[in-house]
Design a protein around this ligand. Structure first.
Ligand code: ATP
Length: 233
């Protein structure tokens, strides 16, 4: 579904992704793990072409999307949920969802507000409230729900469990598994293993923008030294 081949990315002269390669299979949940500053956000942005790779390719459904404009990448079916919540604080929950609405995409779920309220019951109760009245966790949920209104085939979630209450983290795991059940593919980034363990089929560990491990959770469990070397436990 998604393939990165020797992707290199820079901020000015800083070389942040270094020949990074990995794949995300159709219908899988893949966790991109690494410490603070390992390059997770830059990887997400390089996939979306918000940071344009200088070398290497990003392919989506067999098509080379390197160099595309970010809006074209989104239109092709990739939905990006950044780490910082992006909601319209002056608009209501319902209006925020409306803003995200895109035409149906063949082979993908066509999300309606009612389907999303079923997926995010907290938002259903708050549908008439303005974005600014929501808790951090609810804003995070709304950001995801709004992205789903674009009917993506692949969702990129940048540190979805970061800075939210444990009970909401649990709901978040539940949401990700439901998305997988609906046939969506998910790539999420995380700093630690805990959340990934609840949802991921595969993990990719990066450090200094280079892949250090790719495999199943069971494979990783068999190599605690890798976990200790590259993740915050
Ligand atoms: P975090 O968990 O903090 O989000 P991360 O794994 O997502 O970390 P990135 O945000 O991709 O890491 O950052 C990778 C490296 O690139 C870090 O060394 C960071 O300081 C640097 N970096 C990130 N954004 C910029 C920028 N706009 N300009 C210059 N350097 C940047």
């Amino acid at each position: 579904m998604l393939e990165l081949k020797t992707v290199n990315a820079f901020y000015g002269k800083a070389h942040v992704l270094n020949d990074l390669s990995f794949t995300v299979g159709h219908g899988k949940v893949v966790a991109l793990l690494g410490r603070n500053g390992a390059g997770k956000t830059t990887t997400m942005k390089s996939i979306m072409q918000m940071v344009q790779p200088r070398g290497g390719t990003v392919s989506y459904q067999g098509q080379d999307i390197t160099g595309w404009a970010p809006h074209r990448v989104a239109k092709a079916g990739l939905g990006y949920v950044p780490e910082e919540r992006r909601i319209f604080t002056q608009l209501t929950v319902l209006e925020n969802l409306e803003v995200g609405r895109q035409p149906p995409r063949e082979g993908c779920v066509t999300w309606t507000e009612e389907m999303l309220f079923e997926l995010f019951p907290n938002l259903a109760e708050r549908r008439g409230n303005r974005g600014k009245a929501l808790s951090g966790g609810e804003q995070q949920m709304l950001t995801i729900a709004r992205t789903l209104m674009g009917n993506p085939a692949l969702v990129l979630l940048d540190e979805p469990s970061e800075g939210i209450a444990p009970v909401i983290v649990e709901q978040m795991a539940h949401v990700i598994l439901k998305l997988k059940n609906e046939g969506l593919t998910v790539l999420l980034s995380e700093q630690n293993l805990h959340f990934a363990q609840a949802v991921a089929d595969q993990v990719v560990i990066i450090e200094s923008g280079t892949q250090k491990f790719a495999g199943s959770l069971a494979d990783l469990q068999a190599h605690p030294e890798i976990r200790d070397a590259y993740l915050s436990v």
